[in-house]
Design a protein around this ligand. Sequence first.
Ligand code: NAP
Length: 246
Amino acid sequence: MLEGKIAVVTGASRGIGRQIAVTMAKEGAYVIVNYNGSAAKAEEVVKEIEAAGGQAEAVQCNVSDYGAAEEFLKNVIAKHKRIDILVNNAGITRDNLLMKMSEEEFDAVIDTNLKGAFNCIKHVSRQMLKQKSGRIINISSVSGVMGNAGQANYCASKAGMIGLTKSVARELGSRGITVNAIAPGFIDTEMTAVLPDDVKKAMGDQIPLKKFGTTQDIADAAVFLASDRAKYITGQVLCVDGGMAM
Ligand code: NAP
């Protein structure tokens, strides 16, 4: 579904980003596997893609740094002459109750999750406008739709990504660029592996489909939104959450 497309996936060294990168490559895209600190893991993702007959490269960039994001995407455009798909997936948590949450915990999460997405959108949008085509997919969260105790910083960043998605979708729509968000529910990754078993059980009980999702569930939604089959969909938030947020 994505033959010949150039795709940038941020935070693709692990978890959901990794699966999006692998799946987009399987569908024919050349994938730029972005990471911040996990160089060896990002190289493993590239090897996995190449072993399956796909094409990819790993590129380090801390997306929360405006100048670094500019340099990163400028280099991608110089090398590949275009960017068809941007997936803003890089994200972190620094959970704490509001009364205990430090300014650093709040800022770190907003800087990576929300500002990181802004930085990357900002530096691909001129190229996508020139191309008169592009797909931007922001990985938000059901937490940004519903709120979650102990995650004021994370929920604010993920709700912010939804506002960012809708605003940019309105601004870029006339030039053939679609901008959508995916709001995953609880997905089995390193981010959720650290949760205590009783918390996991309580979360599972809130999900109508009664189980956590897989990274493949999110990757399949991302491939759909990046493909021609989703060409008339923009400004939407697709909850891939087993029915949790409805
Ligand atoms: P994860 O396993 O912790 O992976 C996070 C990825 O983001 C890593 O590849 C990490 O790379 C990268 N990253 C972190 N900070 C970065 C930065 N400043 N610049 C570039 N890359 C950075 O997380 P995940 O569970 O796959 O989550 C992926 C996304 O889905 C996140 O946005 C998360 O909020 C969202 N989400 C997850 C769930 C869930 O249940 N897991 C639910 C809803 C939404 P390095 O290791 O190189 O730093």
